[in-house]
Design a protein. Structure first.
Length: 137
């Protein structure tokens, strides 16, 4: 079974980490968390589970997110999941599921009454930021 797309509302668990490939393309790593809640018998919301996942964001969007977002910010993120294999210190093969993000939108902070959401990036970025760069693979 193949999952082609994951989308949801996440919180940044840490500030974005920006780096550049040898060819100069920007890539940001985002630590994301999403909590699943439901109402209990008395009608109170209870946290059921929290999903933690890292996402990679490429090109102009990576630079914008790095300059605009901080730990704790709420984001809408959509992208394609992939498996990242690695070896632990004992030589055992491990893998981690990550997200190759292609849409990221900052959700307005409660104190931000001037606008409902900051949509400077996403599926239709403004002309000032150029078009979305595709991952180099």
């Amino acid at each position: 079974m193949t999952i082609s797309q994951i989308a949801g509302i996440f919180r940044l668990t840490r500030d974005p980490e920006l780096r550049f490939t040898q060819s100069g393309k920007a890539v940001a790593t985002l630590g994301l968390a999403a909590s699943n809640s439901r109402k209990d018998e008395s009608g109170n919301w209870q946290k059921v589970a929290t999903l933690f996942i890292d996402a990679n964001l490429w090109g102009t969007q990576a630079e914008i997110v790095n300059n605009s977002c901080n730990k704790g910010d709420e984001l809408y993120v959509s992208g394609t999941p992939y498996t990242d294999p690695w070896q632990d210190k004992n030589g055992n093969k491990r893998s981690t599921i990550k997200l190759r993000a292609n849409v990221v939108k900052l959700i307005a902070k409660p104190q931000d009454t001037a606008q409902q959401s900051n949509d400077v990036w996403g599926s239709q970025p403004s002309q000032d930021f150029g078009s979305l760069d595709q991952p180099p693979f």
